[in-house]
Design a protein. Structure first.
Length: 76
């Protein structure tokens, strides 16, 4: 049986310019928030985050570190 080789690849992303949003307050703001799922406890602890209008962000991480949980929590 052959061992699997690890590989790495580079991905390129292109964002098209959209209509800028205006306003003074952040679109999304978390201050020392702890986020989790029922029966699983907190996945993210004491997260502080502010996303301003016009910002482009990427949420990256390994499986199970809380990316989807963060997005679901931000939806309310």
């Amino acid at each position: 049986m052959q061992a699997r080789r690890a590989f790495e690849r580079t991905l390129a992303f292109e964002f098209r310019a959209g209509t800028p949003l205006s306003g003074g307050a952040p679109l999304l703001r978390l201050d020392e928030a702890s986020i989790g799922r029922p029966g699983r406890g907190a996945v993210l602890r004491e997260v502080t985050l502010a996303v301003e209008a016009g910002a482009r962000i990427a949420i990256l991480g390994s499986n199970g570190v809380g990316k989807s949980t963060l997005v679901e929590a931000s939806r309310g």
